[in-house]
Design a binder for this molecule. Sequence first.
Ligand code: PMP
Length: 285
Amino acid sequence: YDDRDGKIWLDGKLVDWRAAKVHILTHALHYASSVFEGERCYGGKIFLGHEHSKRLRFSASELDFEIPYTAEDIDAAKDAVLQANGFTDAYVRAVAWRGAGQEMGVASSRNPVHLAVAAWEWGNYYGDAKLKGAKLDIARWKRPSPETAPVHAKAAGLYMICTMSKHEAEARGCSDALFMDHRGYVAEATGANIFFVKDGEVHTPLADCFLNGLTRQTVIKLLTEKGIAVHERHIMPEELDGFEQCWLTGTAAEVTPVGQIRDYRFEVGALTLDIMDTYEKLVRS
Ligand code: PMP
């Protein structure tokens, strides 16, 4: 991804794609002092763009730093990047981090905070899983307790175990891994939230120790508007056996059906197809 034509917004300027670099002694590279957003632009408009800008600032505040740009400035930076690269349908990545400067220990309050925005074209996150349903493994790592990490931030450090779990899942022929949380309840996948269907009602893990995705919140709203009961609650892994349908939600994943989690199988059923379609129409409206 570093060797392309195009422009990236870096600290207030559009720079050439290949020139958008950081120094080796960047604090974030050593200590994970970085937060980011993943957004999608549909037909020239970023879905929930302003909410993503606000979440980026919130994530930074959870990591005890402040992004030197307002949410409106971040919105404008994203628009500038899309325009400079001529994209109307693209994935947008904003990232903020503690840079290199006065300090190179764990503390970094005297180092500058940087912000960058890039965008690229990104098709289906799980490939052809939208048709057949994704196959998931179960991660051996657990989502941490809110007493252990800033679990509601979209922080780079929380993705260390995501990358490891996703690699292990892929090595086993799966598209992704499902995490349990620190108590053993079903939590989320490495970059998406999860939903289940049983007897016409929807069940989804309570977002009390992981990212409460904007797509998750959107899908809960859409289901509620359709008059479908949604239960946000603690889900035990033993319950996987009784669910009929399952899907993942995320900005990149959108709504992707799940066909299998280890030996548990799910059908790509009518409600799954309906919510995929409703979500697709909403983001493009
Ligand atoms: N959980 C994790 C770990 C994620 O990376 C994502 C993607 N940002 C989500 C959930 C879904 O969040 P959203 O719907 O806001 O993209």
